[in-house]
Design a protein around this ligand. Structure first.
Ligand SMILES: NC(=O)c1ccc[n+]([C@@H]2O[C@H](COP(=O)([O-])OP(=O)(O)OC[C@H]3O[C@@H](n4cnc5c(N)ncnc54)[C@H](OP(=O)(O)O)[C@@H]3O)[C@@H](O)[C@H]2O)c1
Length: 309
C-alpha cells in the first residue's frame, strides 16, 4: 500500500478514489443504501410505454436512474445482488405510483444475466432502453505488481464480462423492436464507463483497465448494430456521491455527517446520482438520435484539461 497517501487518494476524486481510500483503510467499500428520494411519477412522462432494463440499481447511479425513468412513466426492470435492497427500491417506486421490478442477478454469471434479460422480456414483452451500470472497484489500492490476480479478475469479470454478457443478451431483443422515435431507433444502450476509462490513477489498474475496455466495447458494438437501429453510447462520470464513495471515506474515519472532500473538478463538488440519471435519460431520448458509439464526458472538467489551483 506504501506508495499511496490518503491525500493522493482524495485528490483523485473519482470512483477510483473511493476504492483507493477504502483500500487504504484495509476495508472493502461496501455500498450501503442511502435513501434516494423518488421523484414524482408522471405516468404520461417522456418514457411512458417504454421498458428500461438496468444492471446494478440496488444503490447509487443505477438506483437514481431507475427512479428517474420510472418518474417519467417507464417500466423499469433492474438487478443487483442485494435482494433486500432490490426489493425495497422496487417497492418504493411502486408505492409512488411507478412501475418497477427487481430480479436478483450477478452480472458475472452468464446464466443469471440471460435469465434477468429474458425475465424482463417475458414480463413486459420487450426492452427499449438498457443501462449497463453494475460495477465495482478493486479493493486494494496498490501498484500493479502488488494487485492480486483474484482482485484483477473479479473487477474484469464484473465490469467487462458483465457488460459483455449484458449486451450479448440485450441486443437480440432490441433488434426485434419496431422502430420508434424521430429517426426510428429500435433501442438504446447506455454503458456506464468512467473518467478512469480515459486516464490512469495510481492504485486502480484493474478498475482503469476495465473501464477502458467498456469504452472500446461500446464503440465496436455501436458500429455493429447502429445500422440496424440500435444506438449504443457510454458515459464517463468523474466523482459521484454514491454509497460506494461515501463508505470509502467513512472507512478512513470520516463521520457520516461530514461532507466528503471535493473532487478536482471545475465545480468543486461531486455530482449527484440524479445528475448522472439525467444524462442517461438524455442519451436514451430521441433528442440525440445521431449520437452513436460516443462517450459522454460528465466529469465536469476532470478530462478537459489539467486543473490546477
Ligand atoms: N461513484 C462514482 O464516482 C463513479 C464514477 C465513475 C463511474 N462510476 C460507475 O458507476 C457505476 C455504479 O457505481 P456507483 O458509484 O453507483 O456505486 P454503487 O452504489 O456501489 O453501485 C454499484 C451497483 O452495481 C451493482 N453490482 C456490483 N457488482 C455486481 C454484480 N456482480 N452483479 C450485479 N450487480 C452488481 C451493485 O449492486 P449489488 O451490490 O446489490 O450487487 C450496485 O447496485 C459503476 O459501474 C461505477 O464504476 C461511478
Amino acid at each position: 500500500m506504501s506508495n499511496f497517501s490518503r491525500r493522493q487518494a482524495i485528490s483523485l476524486g473519482a470512483v477510483g478514489a473511493a476504492g483507493v481510500a477504502a483500500a487504504m483503510a484495509g476495508k472493502k467499500a461496501q455500498a450501503q443504501s442511502e435513501p434516494l428520494s423518488q421523484p414524482e411519477v408522471n405516468p404520461d412522462g417522456r418514457f411512458a410505454g417504454k421498458v428500461v432494463l438496468i444492471t446494478g440499481a440496488t444503490s447509487g447511479i443505477g438506483e437514481a436512474t431507475a427512479r428517474a425513468f420510472a418518474a417519467e412513466g417507464a417500466t423499469v426492470h433492474f438487478c443487483g445482488r442485494r435482494q433486500e435492497l432490490g426489493q425495497q427500491v422496487a417497492q418504493s417506486i411502486v408505492d409512488a405510483g411507478g412501475k418497477a421490478t427487481y430480479q436478483p442477478a450477478d452480472v458475472r454469471n452468464e446464466g443469471e444475466v440471460k435469465a434477468f434479460v429474458d425475465g424482463c422480456v417475458d414480463r413486459y414483452g420487450t426492452i427499449d432502453v438498457a443501462f449497463n451500470n453494475a460495477g465495482i472497484v478493486n479493493p486494494q489500492a496498490v501498484p500493479l505488481a502488488e494487485q492480486s490476480l483474484e482482485d484483477f479478475e473479479n473487477v474484469l469479470k464484473t465490469n467487462v464480462t458483465g457488460y459483455f454478457l449484458s449486451m450479448k443478451y440485450e441486443i437480440p431483443h432490441l433488434l426485434k423492436n419496431e422502430p420508434w422515435g424521430k429517426y426510428g431507433a429500435k433501442g438504446v444502450i447506455v454503458n456506464n464507463a468512467s473518467v478512469s476509462g480515459h486516464i490512469g490513477f495510481p492504485g486502480i489498474s484493474p478498475y482503469s483497465s476495465s473501464k477502458h475496455a467498456v469504452i472500446g466495447m461500446t464503440k465496436c458494438a455501436a458500429l455493429e448494430y447502429g445500422g440496424q437501429g440500435i444506438r449504443i453510447n457510454s458515459i464517463s462520470p468523474g466523482a459521484v456521491n454514491t454509497p460506494m464513495r461515501r463508505q470509502a471515506y467513512e472507512n478512513q474515519g470520516l463521520s457520516p455527517n461530514e461532507p466528503l472532500p471535493a473532487p478536482p473538478n471545475i465545480v468543486n463538488r461531486a455530482n449527484t446520482p440524479e445528475e448522472m440519471a439525467d444524462i442517461v435519460m438524455l442519451l436514451a431520448s430521441t433528442d440525440v438520435s445521431y449520437l452513436l458509439g460516443t462517450d459522454i464526458d460528465v466529469t465536469t472538467g476532470m478530462l478537459t484539461g489539467l486543473l490546477t489551483v
